[in-house]
Write a protein that binds this ligand. Structure first.
Ligand code: ZN
Length: 176
């Protein structure tokens, strides 16, 4: 399958985003020739200049490539935090434990339990939605790997879905 730009219908002046991002990481931005001939209404003209997949867009793309795979999180850590904090509350409530009072163990324990509950619920919800998140991550990764940039039209496009977008809004290609 020959890959062509969906705007100028040609394979010239296009480049794989993954290659640009790699080049951009070393140089900060990538620019390429965008000059050429155009024909409109029987007239031929010349357009020139460079389009640049500039800092902002290439950084966002590089970030998207670096986006780590969603992974499992342990429910054990918040449970341990809740148990230890519960112990601190009990110690802090002991009227004979002057040491525990001096160290404010009860309020610290209460904060610990609350934080532990929030982390537990958050981790639990993450675990429940993990398969969906993984699927979405893989879908985007696949699209990202096949994206192209057209230097002539300054657009990012997906050769498979033919979806194209301005570099700054390149995430639109995911919605197709
Ligand atoms: Zn083009």
């Amino acid at each position: 399958m020959e890959i062509v730009c969906p705007v100028h219908n040609n394979g010239d002046d296009i480049q794989k985003i993954s290659a640009i991002v790699k080049a951009g990481i070393s140089s900060g931005s990538y620019s390429g020739p965008s000059g050429g001939l155009f024909q409109a209404g029987g007239q031929t003209g010349v357009y020139g200049g460079y389009t640049t997949l500039g800092g902002g867009s290439s950084t966002k793309l590089a970030d998207a490539f670096a986006n780590p795979m969603p992974s499992e999180r342990s429910l054990g850590l918040p449970v341990i935090l809740i148990v230890i904090s519960g112990y601190l509350i009990l110690k802090g409530r002991d009227p004979y434990d002057v040491f525990a009072h001096a160290l404010c163990m009860e309020p610290i324990g209460i904060i610990g339990v609350l934080v532990g509950i929030v982390v537990f619920v958050n981790t639990f919800l993450h675990t429940q939605t993990l398969p969906t998140k993984l699927e979405e991550w893989e879908r985007k990764k696949k699209i990202l790997e096949r994206l192209y940039y057209c230097h002539r039209d300054d657009i990012v496009f997906d050769p498979e879905s033919k979806q194209s977008s301005l570099p700054d809004d390149w995430q639109n290609v995911f919605t197709s």
